[in-house]
Design a protein around this ligand. Structure first.
Ligand code: 13P
Ligand code: SF4
Length: 305
């Protein structure tokens, strides 16, 4: 297996050079995929990297909305998603038509769209945000009424951090993060009394209340590197423990729940990355009828943070 991975890695790296490609990977990717990437990060960092890259091809090791965001920002580049079925169930919980209907019900509201959404939905929104900059984005807005889509739990968390804003929440959620239960945190805190509990804002409010910190995936990685943190209960998708362990040898990382696995993130494998670079497919390309409007919402976010 190790030899097979080494062989695949060698082929990927040489083909990557020939294609003038960059490999971007999300923090939840399989360890071996993270290890061949040029950059591993959270949704905000990955979109910032995509916006700045000089490469001709972006191989996106993540899920569909992330590759779409890269295509929105880099229309002249080829964006490859090594498995086209790698979607995000939360992003699929809202459609552009559903959003248009909701906007008619709340004509005065500003639409803030979590980046975990389709390009079509972004095109119907005023501004995007990620888990790393959501509070900052909301605070930058003058409007008293905000329609926050599609993650009700991230929306709820922001509403506890910002004043004087009426938040209307779309009832979407992440099917992976809801598997983390308050009992998991309570049990692990008793078992590891020294450990800090750090959770992602996609978790349920009852889980968030029990946490020491609520952070994006890369925020969680930065927190883990602090000298006072020796043990950490990790309240997010378990793929992140690969990076945490690699960057912090000797520290202890305890997944809040072994059930917190995003099956879509795991669809990307080394074999598929190689195949994708060989065949230059599957390509994700946002149509020009949608792209400029979606770009406005993404750019506005990047201006804020
Ligand atoms: P981050 O932006 O924190 O990496 O989160 C993305 C995501 O899909 C979490 O489930
Ligand atoms: Fe979507 Fe949740 Fe997977 Fe993130 S972890 S990609 S929000 S399903």
């Amino acid at each position: 297996m190790v030899n097979r991975d080494a062989e695949l890695t060698e082929k990927i790296l040489s083909l990557k050079k020939r294609r003038s490609a960059v490999i971007l990977a999300h923090n939840y990717q399989l360890g071996e995929v993270q290890d061949i990437a040029d950059f591993v990060g959270d949704s905000l960092e990955l979109s910032q990297k995509a916006a700045k890259t000089n490469a001709d091809v972006i191989v996106f090791c993540g899920v569909h909305f992330m590759a779409e965001t890269a295509s929105i920002l880099c229309p002249d580049k080829v964006v490859l998603l090594p498995d086209i079925n790698a979607g995000c169930p939360m992003a699929n919980m809202i459609t552009a038509e559903g959003l248009r209907q909701k906007k008619r019900e709340h004509p005065g509201a500003i639409v803030v769209c979590y980046i975990n959404s389709s390009a079509e939905v972004k095109a119907e929104s005023d501004i995007c945000c990620t888990s790393a900059n959501a509070v900052k984005v909301i605070e930058s807005l003058e409007a008293p009424e905000i329609l926050f889509i599609p993650d009700q739990y991230l929306g709820h968390y922001i509403s506890t951090k910002t004043d004087n804003k009426k938040m209307i929440l779309w009832p979407g959620f992440c099917s992976t993060h809801v598997r983390i239960q308050p009992q998991d945190i309570i049990r692990l805190k008793l078992e590891y009394p020294q450990a800090k509990a750090v959770v992602h804002p996609e978790c349920r409010p009852e889980v968030i209340t029990l946490a020491d910190e609520v952070l994006s995936t890369s925020g969680l990685c930065r927190y883990a590197s602090r000298s006072e943190v020796k043990e950490m209960i990790v309240g997010t998708e378990i793929g992140i423990t690969h990076k945490l362990k690699k960057e912090n040898p000797g520290k202890k990382f305890i997944p809040a729940s072994e059930q917190a696995i995003c099956p879509n993130m795991k669809l990307i494998t080394l074999e598929k990355v190689l195949w994708s670079l060989e065949e230059m497919t599957p390509e994700v390309k946002v149509p020009e009828e949608i792209r400029p409007k979606a770009r406005t919402a993404v750019d506005k976010m990047l201006e804020v943070a």
